[in-house]
Design a protein around this ligand. Structure first.
Ligand SMILES: CC(C)(COP(=O)(O)OP(=O)(O)OC[C@H]1O[C@@H](n2cnc3c(N)ncnc32)[C@H](O)[C@@H]1OP(=O)(O)O)[C@@H](O)C(=O)NCCC(=O)NCCS
Length: 250
């Protein structure tokens, strides 16, 4: 396996920093963090985790602190809640993702941003037998219109977008979602998507939660993210019906 070096991270970081816009701290790194540098509050989440997971977790925390510095905030610990979600220091929101060889963190101030979710994956095609697990029937119908040899990668992008949407909505709605709850409409450009979250039986979730996200495919990686500003018009969105409940439509 080849591991992209720091120059590949800095290229990804520059591309993503430009794509997410001002005010968001973006840090890419490898996954080989130093567990000895974890804050005691963070170490608690490690329990009996294997060394590889400890290194991955530590890489995420180091990247989170670097992202805080990038947006002019003091470094602070980011412990994990029992549900595994990261606990950002007061005044900040953020999101963490890792893949085989890379870690990615986005951090932003709550004063400007309401929600944030990110995912990084290897840009490798998903096996066809997994498509029905990841894709809703409507997504599968849309997939059937793609050239056959591009469908596996399209599912990878759908998967990545759904993971980003999950992380975006969780701190806002505290809802566990499965792949069938989230419908993604990928734009033909492959660089944007619209996500609809199905309410299911959860009365706390507004029936038409809808947001938009972005996708960046670079080299071996695909990155998806959803960022909603406090003022949705900044992102060309309109808040509908229930202010504060993140019902945002393009
Ligand atoms: C969190 C999850 C989406 C991704 O975890 P993963 O496969 O390990 O992949 P990633 O590396 O991209 O993300 C892990 C990071 O997500 C963050 N995370 C975990 N649970 C989270 C939650 N409930 N809300 C927000 N972020 C969360 C953590 O920071 C974690 O890294 P850390 O443990 O090192 O801090 C997944 O494991 C999960 O909980 N799935 C259940 C829901 C789901 O996937 N539904 C299908 C999509 S809608």
């Amino acid at each position: 396996m080849t591991h992209p070096g720091p120059s590949a991270w800095s290229e990804l970081q520059q591309a993503l920093t430009a794509a997410v816009g001002q005010g968001v701290g973006v840090v890419f790194s490898g996954v080989d963090g130093d567990p000895d540098r974890l804050h005691p509050l963070e170490r608690a989440a490690m329990g009996r985790a294997i060394v590889r997971r400890q290194r991955e977790y530590a890489a995420g925390r180091e990247a989170a602190r670097m992202a805080m510095r990038l947006i002019g905030w003091p470094e602070a610990p980011v412990p994990s809640a029992p549900d595994r979600s990261p606990q950002w220091p007061p005044g900040l929101i953020g999101s963490i993702s890792h893949t085989r060889d890379a870690c990615l963190v986005l951090v932003a101030p709550c004063a400007r941003f309401l929600g944030i979710g990110v995912d990084i994956d290897m840009h490798e095609p998903v096996e066809p037998h997994l498509w029905p697990l990841i894709c809703t029937p409507a997504e599968q119908a849309a997939l059937a219109t793609w050239p056959e040899n591009e469908r596996g990668l399209a599912v990878t992008r759908l998967f990545s977008a759904k993971e980003a949407v999950f992380k975006w909505q969780f701190p806002l709605h505290r809802r566990m979602l499965d792949f069938q709850h989230v419908h993604i409409h990928l734009a033909q450009s492959n660089s944007t998507f619209v996500a609809h979250i199905d309410q299911g039986s959860d009365p706390r979730v507004h029936p038409h939660v809808c947001t938009q996200g972005k996708i960046l495919c670079r080299g071996e990686h695909v990155v998806s993210w959803v960022i909603t500003p406090q003022d949705p018009t900044e992102a060309g969105l309109q808040r509908q019906e229930k202010p504060g409940l993140n019902c945002l439509t393009p």
